[in-house]
Design a binder for this molecule. Structure first.
Ligand SMILES: Nc1ncnc2c1ncn2[C@@H]1O[C@H](COP(=O)(O)OP(=O)(O)O)[C@@H](O)[C@H]1O
Ligand SMILES: [Mg+2]
Length: 302
């Protein structure tokens, strides 16, 4: 089973649209797919799926210990099931660490070929940890400066969170803090110097950090493209991310802005599945294919 996470920082860029589209495309290929509405504070996957008032949601997992498999509901698309977010209140927002770990453990045990996590906006730990859980990390950006800026900030936070996690796992957290406090003594002025120093303190830390860092390979999707010349922005983001964060990012392609999409909601039908000739249908197919190809290449090179 592969876990996908669709994130990117800014709200409104199309994370939910892309998660939904990936889910539909993978299901149409004959895979068993479960979409999880992991936008804990603002769930709307059920609306993309054209489903009204889900009977059970993630709140039932947290409050009533209902198994995720039971919450997963059929959608209008064969092979695609949905675990809706808590649509009634915001009490799945800011759950505690034990609850989060329990949710992650149960997500890993789901019976499906692909589990797709639709993330919320922002850089809260819950969002970052859910992104880090995934085998396939998808970053959605819109072709505008604010969205791209927020995506860089998102990745910076992901990278920092990953470092903190590795420090905890390897028991180096307190030591790392004290090194940073006395950084002048150690000749450390940047966070990069700090990490180099920490690596000399523990080969285990260094090894785990390398391993976890190598797993950070975001697939960039440029959504809401209105003009052809915007397409190149995806490549620019790919090369900036590779350079800035020293990670292997790949541009999975663009999705055009669909002027009819807004009319497809509230009809108890999947919103983005209208007309197989639609640009959304074609673009999502191309992007899904590109991500699967890149993933195969990454796995072959390991
Ligand atoms: N390619 C697109 N064409 C037309 N409308 C889009 C497109 N992508 C997103 N939208 C619309 O923009 C809004 C935000 O998209 P959404 O997927 O909810 O973003 P996010 O999950 O990142 O907050 C929604 O109303 C959605 O229907
Ligand atoms: Mg969303």
């Amino acid at each position: 089973m592969q876990i996908w996470a669709v994130g990117g920082g800014k709200g409104g860029t199309g994370k939910s649209l892309v998660s939904n589209g990936l889910g539909i495309r993978l299901a149409e290929r004959g895979c068993q797919v479960i979409l999880v509405d992991a936008d804990y504070g603002g769930p709307n996957q059920h609306t993309y799926c054209g489903l009204r008032k889900p009977a059970s949601t993630l709140a039932h997992f947290f409050d009533r210990r209902m198994p995720l498999e039971e919450i997963a509901m059929e959608t209008h698309i064969e092979g695609l099931r949905l675990i809706p977010g808590n649509v009634n209140s915001a009490n799945t927002d800011n759950f505690n660490t034990a609850q989060k770990q329990k949710l992650f453990r149960h997500i890993k045990q789901l019976r499906a070929d692909h589990v797709i996590l639709d993330l919320g906006a922002g850089t809260q730990y819950d969002v970052l940890d859910t992104f880090l859980l995934a085998d396939v990390q998808v970053g959605v950006v819109a072709p505008d400066a604010m969205s791209i800026e927020n995506f860089y900030l998102f990745l910076k936070n992901v990278q920092y969170r990953l470092l903190c996690n590795v420090l905890s796992w390897t028991g180096l957290k307190e030591r790392a803090k004290s090194v940073w406090r006395d950084r002048a003594e150690h000749g450390i002025s940047t966070s990069r110097d700090w990490i180099v120093h920490l690596r000399t303190l523990s080969p285990e830390f260094s090894e785990v950090l390398n391993r976890e860092h190598a797993r950070l390979q975001p697939h960039i999707v440029l959504n809401q493209v209105r003009e052809y010349r915007q397409v190149e922005m995806g490549l620019a983001v790919e090369s900036a991310v590779t350079k800035l964060f020293r990670i292997e990012a790949t541009y999975a392609g663009h999705i055009r802005y669909d002027t009819d999409l807004w009319q497809q909601f509230g009809r108890e039908l999947p919103a983005i599945s209208h007309g197989t000739a639609s640009t959304l249908h074609q673009d999502l197919e191309r992007v899904t294919e590109a991500i699967l190809d890149a993933k195969r290449r990454q796995e072959a090179s390991l």
